[in-house]
Design a protein around this ligand. Sequence first.
Ligand code: NDP
Length: 238
Amino acid sequence: MVSLGLEEKVIVVTGGNRGIGAAIVSLLIDLGAKVAYTDLVTDNPQGLGIVADVTKLESMEAAAQQIEAELGPVYGIVANAGITRDNFFPKLTPLDWDLVINVNLKGVNHTIKPFIEGMYERQAGSIVCISSISGDRGNAGQTNYAATKAAVIGLVKSLAREAARYNIRANAIAPGFINTEMTLAIPDKVRDKITAEIPCRRFGEPADIAWATAYLLSPVASSYVSGEVLRVNGAHHT
Ligand code: NDP
C-alpha cells in the first residue's frame, strides 16, 4: 500500500466552502489529513470550517489560533481564496483593482503569515498557492486578476528560496479553465471559443486541481519540488 504521507497532517485551505477549495478539502480528508478551511461563509460540512476574511490579517490570525488549538500545529497551507472583477483595462476602476489585490495577493500573505514562524520552528511543511493560467500567459479582460496571479508566482518562488533552509516548500498551481461558479459567469459563446483553444477540448474539474494540490503537499511525492509552478490546464499553454 502506497501513501502520500498526509495522514494526520493538519492542513488549512482558504476559500474551502465551495469550488476548487471544497474539492481540495474533500480529497485531503479522504487522504487522512486533518483539514480546516476558512471562508466568508462556512456551510461546507466537510472539515473544520472557520469564518475568516483573507483580506484582514487579524481575521486570519484569529483563525490560525483556533485551528492550532483544535487540530494541532499546521503542516500544510493552501492559499486558494480568490475573486475576479473582470473588465477591459480602460474600464477597470480603482475599486476593481483594490478588491482583487486585497483578496488574491494580500490575502495570500495574510494566510501564510500567521503560520510561517511555527512551521520554521518545526522544520516541516508545504505551502501551495493557487495562481492561474491568467497569471502565467495573460488573459484579455483580466489585467487586474492576472497581475495578482503573476505576483503570487513571484511570492512563491521567493518564499521557496527563503524557507528551504527550514525544510518548508512553497509551490504554485496555475489552473486553466475549471468548472466552478467562477467560470459559470462566462457566456456560452465565449466558453465555446475558449474550449476550442484548449487542446484537451474541455474545461478541467475541481478534482484535477485537488490532486495536484495533494501531490505538492505530500512529503512523500514532492519532497524535492519547491519554487515550482504546476500548470493544470489541458495543454492550454502559453
Ligand atoms: P469560487 O468563486 O468558486 O470560490 C472561491 C471561494 O473563495 C469562495 O468560497 C469564496 O467565498 C472564497 N472567498 C472569496 N473572497 C474571500 C475572502 N475575502 N476571504 C475568504 N474567502 C473568500 O472560485 P474557484 O473555486 O473557481 O477558484 C478558487 C481559486 O482558483 C481562486 O484563487 C481562483 O482565482 C483560482 N482559479 C480558478 C480558475 C477557474 O477556472 N475556476 C482558474 C484558475 C485559477 P464566497 O462564497 O463567500 O464568495
